[in-house]
Design a protein around this ligand. Structure first.
Ligand SMILES: [Fe+2]
Length: 226
C-alpha cells in the first residue's frame, strides 16, 4: 500500500494541548477508508487469537505491534501508519522530545449489544497512563453510532483539578455526567480523525444504532527507556 495522504496536521498541536482533543475532518480520504476496510476484514479473518484483545459477538478488537505489522503479511498494510512522518513529527512536537513511539495500533469493530451499559469504558473517565491517541473512523459515525465523547475544555479543567488534588489517583477515574451540554460527542464521515490526549476526560462510544462502527486507533507516547 502506498503512503497515506494524511492531512497536514502540524498546526493542531497547540489545539490538542489546549483543549485535550481535536477533530480532524478528512484525516484520510474515502478511498483510503474503503481500502483499509478491505484489509481490516481480511485481518479479522486471518488473525490468530494472540492478536485479539477482545472477540465476542458485538466487539472485535485486534492489537497490533510494529513487529506484527512488519512480519505478518495480513498486517503489512499498517506499516505505513507506524512509519508515517506527519504522525511521528506531531507526537514529537506534542511531547517535546525526539524519543517517541507508536506503542500499538488497535482495530475495533463494535455493534449494538442490545442494551445500554453504564460501565467503563463507556463512562466518562480519564486514564492514569498518558497516551496521545489518533482515532480514525473507517465508516461513517452519526449520532448513536458510538462516537468518542469528551468533556469540553472548561469542564475538563475543573474535573482535572478536582481529581488530581486527590492523593491516590486511580487507574481509571470515573466522572458522572450531570449536563450533556458539557460534553462533545464526535461524529463524522468515514475518514474523520480525532487526536486526543488520554488525560482529557473521555468515554468510549457505545453503539446504540444498527450500524457497525469500525475504527483504527494509533497509540503514541514518549519512549519508555528501560
Ligand atoms: Fe480511557
Amino acid at each position: 500500500m502506498s503512503e497515506n495522504t494524511i492531512k497536514n496536521i502540524e498546526n493542531f498541536v497547540d489545539e490538542v494541548r489546549d483543549s485535550g482533543y481535536k477533530k480532524v475532518e478528512s484525516f484520510l480520504t474515502t478511498n483510503e477508508c474503503l481500502d483499509l476496510e478491505r484489509n481490516i476484514n481480511k485481518a479479522f479473518r486471518k488473525a490468530k487469537e494472540n492478536n485479539y484483545h477482545t472477540k465476542n459477538s458485538y466487539v472485535k478488537i485486534l492489537s497490533i505491534s510494529q513487529d506484527d505489522a512488519e512480519n505478518i503479511k495480513y498486517f503489512n498494510f499498517l506499516e505505513t501508519f507506524f512509519n508515517d512522518s506527519s504522525i511521528i513529527s506531531f507526537v514529537k512536537n506534542y511531547f517535546e522530545t525526539n524519543e517517541v513511539e507508536i506503542s500499538k495500533i488497535f482495530i475495533a469493530e463494535s455493534s449494538n449489544n442490545g442494551e445500554a451499559v453504564d460501565v467503563l469504558p463507556y463512562k466518562l473517565h480519564f486514564d492514569k497512563t498518558r497516551y496521545l491517541k489518533f482515532m480514525i473512523y473507517i465508516r461513517n459515525v452519526g449520532p448513536g453510532d458510538g462516537g468518542i465523547t469528551f468533556a469540553k475544555k472548561e469542564w475538563n479543567t475543573k474535573l482535572q483539578e478536582e481529581l488530581l488534588s486527590k492523593q491516590a489517583l486511580q487507574e481509571e477515574n470515573v466522572v458522572e455526567v450531570d449536563d450533556v451540554s458539557k460534553i462533545d460527542e464526535i461524529v463524522g464521515e468515514a475518514g474523520t480523525g480525532v487526536i486526543f490526549d488520554t488525560n482529557i476526560t473521555h468515554k468510549a462510544g457505545q453503539v446504540l444504532s444498527k450500524n457497525k462502527r469500525l475504527i483504527l486507533r494509533i497509540d503514541t507516547r514518549p519512549k519508555i527507556i528501560s
